[in-house]
Design a protein around this ligand. Structure first.
Ligand code: FM0
Length: 325
């Protein structure tokens, strides 16, 4: 029997940046994200007596030991919880440019947690799935849900998971435009980048000091459907996260010249009263939060500078789907 899961990626409006406990994957701060329909991962998992080690096949290519490391680490956690010794075959199709800062680990690890839980008979409620996904990747906790969700940092394994904030967005016409500036895998993984930042950045204490205010504003914006408050807070929070990296030693940045060009275009539109707000993750790509009615105006303005095929429009997406196949 093969178990199947499909999970969409999410983009954080309040970022997760830093671990308090790398072993348990507990974050320094809560984060809030929007799950999107455009990018997702499909994963098939089967535990088989015949296997003598785990096998990971990504986009129809067998992965070597190094490429399979995160998946095997996750499977070891799942085996420990379910007390099985069987190895698994994991097949994934990633409908996301891998490791380009488009949060493929979020959809990938959420789908892996879902399909593995189904295969091993582990609990399938949202909180259990979110907790298990956390062992794969922090951002994956939030991809269990559709719409907006918040990862509550918690204080131990049992209390660190995401909860839905607003799953049904049929009454709010939001969209996110992805500007693909570079789809090459990044040089510094988000895991390594955040660890280095927590350890060395003189701005990291400032990041933590501001987080409660940013969280409060985004929660309020979501409950009131206040687009301006949502966007302003998200952009401010993203830039603060990127500032922590500039304050690290040695300093580093994921931002590229194209990132700043995109920020500039969006800011100029805002000056004309056409509202959009930017957020960037551990990569140079920019995601612009807009209202659906303005998507075309933004695409027209951005396509003067960026190739049309590098602009992808996404809408709020659904939570994880599980199936026995
Ligand atoms: O998504 O070390 O989940 O909140 O994307 O695997 O737990 O890849 F901008 C960075 C994603 C962090 C913000 O970190 O790291 C966010 C980020 P892991 P992830």
């Amino acid at each position: 029997m093969t178990s199947y899961a499909k999970a969409h990626t999410n983009i954080a409006l309040i970022k997760y940046w830093g671990k308090k406990d790398p072993q348990l994957m507990l974050p320094m701060n809560n984060s809030i994200s929007l799950t999107l329909d455009a990018f997702y991962t499909e994963t098939w998992v089967s535990f088989q007596k015949e296997l003598t080690s785990d096998r990971f096949i990504l986009n129809e290519t067998v992965q070597d030991t190094k490429q399979s490391k995160k998946v095997v680490k996750f499977l070891n956690e799942a085996r420990a919880i379910s007390k099985t010794k069987l190895f698994a075959e994991v097949k994934s199709i990633n409908h996301v440019p891998t490791a380009a800062g488009l949060a493929s680990s979020a959809s990938g690890m959420a789908a892996l947690a879902g399909a593995t839980s189904l295969a091993l008979g582990l609990p399938l409620d949202d909180i259990s799935l979110s907790r298990l996904a956390r062992h794969g990747s922090g951002s994956a906790t939030r991809s269990i849900y559709g719409g907006f969700s918040e990862w509550q940092k918690g204080s131990d394994d049992a209390t660190s998971y995401a909860v839905p904030l607003k799953e049904d967005l049929s009454d709010w016409d939001l969209a996110m435009i992805f500007i693909l500036i570079n789809d090459q895998p990044k040089k510094i993984s988000s895991t390594a980048g955040m660890a280095h930042t927590v350890e060395t950045s003189i701005f990291y204490p400032g990041w933590l000091k501001a987080i409660d205010g940013d969280l409060k504003d985004v929660r309020q914006a979501i409950s009131e459907k206040n687009f301006t408050l949502l966007g302003e807070t998200a952009e401010r929070n993203a830039l603060r996260m990127h500032a922590t990296m500039l304050g690290a030693n040695p300093p580093f940045t994921y931002l590229a010249p194209g990132t700043l060009t995109a920020l500039d275009i969006v800011q100029k539109l805002r000056e004309q009263g056409i509202l959009g707000y930017c957020t960037m993750d551990a990569g140079p790509n920019v995601k612009v939060l807009v209202e659906k009615a303005n998507v075309k105006t933004f695409l027209d303005a951005l396509s003067v500078t960026f190739p049309k095929e590098n602009l992808v429009v996404a809408f709020p997406g659904r939570g994880i789907e599980l199936k026995e196949k």
